[in-house]
Design a protein around this ligand. Structure first.
Ligand SMILES: [Zn+2]
Length: 262
């Protein structure tokens, strides 16, 4: 194409038509899904899968393993179905977390760098929303969110603060292709993790109560001191009046100038 042709309106119309046509063409994009589920609904990555067996994709459709020599190993849909790689990884994160039941924190909380849960529940409603996962330590609930493209917004944050549960948001690593990588992210890394809400813990509660008590005591002391001060001031004034009457002086300066003869 000649550069001057670009300015020609007829060329622009032609380009637009071509562009629209290309958009309508079906995309034959092969999705290299790194995760699938076996007959027992266990998460499988390409390292443990074999080419004979049929697996299930995160979208529920059957997939099989291929690749290994020229192409990197991946699962492919037997049918024409196209699903999202993002949701496959998101679901894999949830499955790994439900399996290992622990998460490394971005910083120490309650003097621990790692939360280990007794059990984990996925996609269970709490308050008026459904977190990706809930970890339980005793009867205490800890929310875990795995963020892909939509991070926790102000509305969801408000909902979490309202129910006042601990909540950590893990930003999923979209390039993760193995269960090991996801495991490492969950239990070893401190990055790509945000504490969305940390309710008041028992130690903080004790400190807050102690602080309030001390403040009240100090304020009471202050009131007593202030009253004593007022009393001293008024006594002082009375004494000054007596001295004024006795010496006939009007000011303290005049009194100081007096000489004691008798
Ligand atoms: Zn799928």
């Amino acid at each position: 194409m000649n550069p001057s042709d670009i300015l020609n309106p007829a060329t622009l119309v032609g380009l637009r038509e071509k562009f629209e046509k290309d958009k309508l063409k079906p995309k034959k994009k092969i999705l290299k899904i790194p995760f699938a589920y076996n007959a027992n609904n266990q998460l499988i990555d390409v390292s443990t899968a074999n080419k004979q067996d049929q697996y299930k994709c995160s979208c529920g459709e059957p997939v099989k393993l291929r690749g290994g020599e020229k192409v990197i190993s991946h699962f492919y849909h037997i049918g024409e179905k196209v699903c999202s790689l993002e949701s496959a990884i998101h679901k894999a994160y949830k499955a790994v977390f439900a399996d290992i039941k622990k998460i490394k924190l971005p910083y120490f909380i309650n003097e621990t760098p790692l939360f280990e849960f007794d059990r984990v529940e996925l996609e269970k409603k709490v308050g008026d929303f459904i977190p990706d996962a809930i970890g339980y330590m005793g009867d205490k609930q800890y929310l875990v969110e795995f963020a892909k493209t939509s991070f926790i917004g102000e509305r969801k944050k408000a909902k979490i603060k309202k129910i006042n549960l601990f909540c950590i948001e893990v930003t999923i690593d979209k390039s993760a292709t193995t269960i090991e990588e996801i495991k490492n992210h969950l239990v070893k890394d401190v990055i790509y993790k945000d504490i969305i809400n940390a309710p008041m813990y028992s130690e903080m509660e004790k400190l807050a109560v102690a602080f309030t008590n001390t403040m009240e005591e100090l304020s009471l002391d202050n009131t007593i001191l202030s009253r004593r001060n007022d009393k001293l001031e008024s006594d002082n004034m009375t004494l000054l009046d007596v001295l004024k009457g006795y010496t006939g002086c009007e000011t303290v300066e005049e009194m100081k100038a007096l000489k004691c003869d008798s």
